[in-house]
Design a protein around this ligand. Structure first.
Ligand code: CA
Length: 369
């Protein structure tokens, strides 16, 4: 055989081997390499705590499911159901825990009644902002504590979204001193509500759909919701005069992806990796989206709707912070896992604050000078 025909034969064999999936090595090293990629297709269901078509939250999760489909080559198909489509929004945790569905997306503070310490996995009054929350969860031991908390419920949690610092809320009366908190009827759930009660106010629990009318009719004096983008979409600027900042009660609410641990165990390692890495991507996307849309919405609220944006007086913030420590201490006495997570969170937050003071904090101050 001539040299040229040898080369042609080699190339033909290489092409044939490539088409047959053996790459350029002609043969796999072992039979296990051939069967390393199972052809099983997984059809999963995911329920969320969000209304259908809810921007950023539901929107992000639905895009995420499409991304998973592409990344897995169609081997993991996730059908997403908004709150109420398959189960009510606040049954997300139970539906995934019991294995009725494989996945859910929600916020850990919704489950405070079952797992009080779960509130640290979303946001707590005077807690950390998104940057600190992510550092604690991913690199500071927070996620390990979260997995421990959810283990008895057969759930594996992943951080998957963050709202950034929320707004303090909409008020129909000015808050100029601590005395103005007395008798204040405000829709403010969770630990923030407990702090308000300590200040002499009345926290009210209202479902999303009831808030606007209650504020407009004066059944409540104030409400918190989220940030400028979602608040404006909700029309809250038409029901209240003053828009206060900062959201001391929710400085960076993380959202969660929860997966049933039995379903998770059945996934091959590559699909598990795709889900885990994609959850990090969703975490980043939601936060970036919130930041970008809040900038625009705040400008519109001020320029087009002439909303008065006011900062809580330092005296009020100082008192709310003092009362927050009292609430935390009381909760820690009632629940041992709350105490354990609170102590870990508090330590990381203190360390982070020292670094933050000379990084972001100092830089923000430098920009203002
Ligand atoms: Ca909120």
């Amino acid at each position: 055989m001539t040299k040229i025909s040898s080369i042609i034969l080699y190339c033909v064999l290489c092409s044939l081997a490539f088409v047959l999936g053996y790459n350029l090595r002609f043969f796999p090293n072992s039979m296990s390499e051939i069967s390393a990629t199972p052809a099983t297709t997984f059809h999963w269901k995911m329920v969320t705590a969000w209304p259908p078509n809810f921007p950023i939250f539901q929107e992000g999760v639905e895009q995420w499911a499409k991304d998973i489909d592409i990344m897995s080559g169609g081997r993991l198909k996730v059908q997403v159901y908004a709150g109420g489509e398959l189960v009510p929004p606040l049954q997300t945790f139970d539906a995934v825990s019991q294995g009725a569905v494989q996945m859910g997306h929600s916020g850990a503070f919704y489950w405070a009644g079952k797992v009080p310490a779960a509130q640290f996995m979303s946001s707590v009054p005077f807690g950390m902002t998104t940057k600190g929350v992510n550092a604690w969860l991913y690199e500071g031991g927070g996620l390990e504590l979260w997995r421990e908390l959810y283990k008895p419920f057969n759930l594996i949690p992943f951080p998957a979204g963050n709202t950034g610092v929320q707004m303090g809320g909409w008020f129909n009366q000015k808050i100029e001193s601590v005395a103005d908190l007395k008798g204040l009827k405000m829709r403010l759930p969770g630990l923030g509500g407990k702090v308000l009660a300590k200040a002499g106010g009345t926290p009210m629990l209202l479902a999303g759909g009831e808030i606007y009318l209650a504020l407009e009719r004066g059944t409540i004096d104030a409400t918190e919701w989220a940030g400028p983008f979602h608040d404006k979409r909700f029309g809250l600027h038409r029901a209240a005069k003053y828009y206060y900042y900062p959201g001391w009660h929710e400085p960076g609410s993380a959202l969660e992806l929860i997966i049933n641990s039995n379903a998770w165990a059945l996934l091959p390692a590559d699909l598990q990796k795709i889900v885990a890495v994609a959850a990090r991507s969703l975490n980043q996307w939601m936060f970036s989206r919130f930041e970008a849309l809040n900038i625009k919405a705040l400008r519109e609220l001020q320029e087009q709707h002439h909303v008065e944006v006011l900062e809580f007086p330092p005296e009020v913030i100082k008192e709310l912070k003092r009362l927050t420590s009292k609430v935390f201490d009381e909760e820690a006495i009632k629940n041992t896992s709350f105490k354990k997570v609170y102590e870990a969170y508090k330590k990381f937050q203190a360390d982070h604050a020292a670094w933050n003071a000379i990084s972001d904090g100092a830089y923000s101050k430098a920009l203002r000078n």
